[in-house]
Design a protein around this ligand. Structure first.
Ligand code: FE
Ligand code: ZN
Length: 255
């Protein structure tokens, strides 16, 4: 594995990620909630920032971009469709584009729903996906701009990835997400076990992100909207996957 990933807590509950390619020493940052903690994480390791990858335009993901760009002369890449509401981009990305951090190669995924032009970055050989506010630990981002069907389609792209993929999502929302998930599947033993493990980690002040896709497949109610037992649990045994996802998302919105 050549991509070394560092999780950096920022602001109140955001995460940014540094990803360093071992072969070349190239360092990328995924999202920039604020510069301070990211500068500290770079300094601690003696790293210089080469590249900033942006997932979506919300302020808590981009407010640190300009100071970091200035300090490091880093390239800034983000979605072409969001160029009008992102900091100036050195490269405009679209779904399916190849992205490289040194010799580590990944792909841009379009994950509309939270915002219309939200993108994710998947590095299959390194088994890591930077998902920000699309797929999250035990949850998913709120659907602000897209439709529930779009968000379901976005999330369904993760179903077939290697279950050992690390899901690097944008916020520490896991405890609240699990409290909600237990209202959908109170009898899910993997979910109950995850609740205990997450509570212990948070009590020690540790991040619960990244999480493993395998754990999301076993416990995340949004990814599980396609399963007969989850459809039955929300009273929609015959509905299609997207409709069940929409019902679970609506319940979460008012939880
Ligand atoms: Fe957001
Ligand atoms: Zn966010």
């Amino acid at each position: 594995m050549s991509l070394e990933v560092v999780t950096i807590p920022c602001l109140k509950d955001n995460y940014a990620f540094l990803a360093r390619d071992g072969a070349t020493g190239t360092v990328a940052l995924v999202d920039a909630p604020e510069a301070g903690p990211i500068e500290a994480a770079l300094a601690e390791r003696g790293w210089k920032l080469d590249l900033i990858l942006i997932t979506h335009h919300h302020a808590d993901h981009i407010d640190g971009v300009e100071p970091l760009r200035r300090a490091h002369g880093a390239q800034v890449w983000g979605a072409a469709a969001d160029a009008h509401r992102l900091p100036p981009l050195d490269r405009q990305l679209a779904a399916g584009d190849a992205v490289a951090i040194g010799e580590s190669t990944g792909t841009v995924l379009a994950v509309p729903g939270h915002t219309l032009s939200h993108i994710a970055f998947h590095f299959p050989a390194d088994r890591v996906a930077f998902t920000a506010d699309s797929l999250m630990a035990a949850g998913c981002g709120r659907v602000f701009e897209g439709t529930h069907a779009q968000m379901w389609h976005s999330l369904s792209q993760f179903l077939d990835m290697d279950p050992q993929t690390r899901i690097c999502s944008g916020h520490e929302y896991t405890e609240a997400n699990i409290r909600f998930a237990l209202t959908i599947e109170p009898g899910n033993e993997a979910l109950q076990a995850r609740a205990r493990k997450v509570a212990q980690r948070r009590a020690r002040g540790e991040p619960t992100v990244p999480s493993l896709l395998a754990g999301e497949l076993a416990t995340n109610p949004f990814l599980r909207a396609r399963l007969p037992e989850v459809k039955a649990a929300v009273g929609l045994p015959d509905a299609d996957d997207a409709a069940v996802f929409a019902e679970i998302r609506r319940r979460k919105d008012s939880f």
